[in-house]
Design a binder for this molecule. Structure first.
Ligand SMILES: [Zn+2]
Length: 57
């Protein structure tokens, strides 16, 4: 069972980036490097604002 993807908005530069919901590593904003998600148990903890949930196929 694959996890979902989430579109997160960076709180610093408003870049929108799709992040895997079960990210195993820290995910940084591609533009400014701010942490968008960090691993927390089985699911990632999101630092940015979730603007959209992208269902896995
Ligand atoms: Zn950013």
């Amino acid at each position: 069972m694959a996890g979902n993807f989430y579109k997160l908005k960076c709180q610093d530069c408003e870049n929108e980036q799709v992040v895997f919901g079960k990210a195993a590593t820290v995910v940084n904003c591609a533009v400014c490097g701010t942490v968008l998600a960090r691993p927390a148990g089985s699911n990632a903890a999101f630092e940015g604002e979730v603007v959209e949930t992208v269902e896995a196929r």
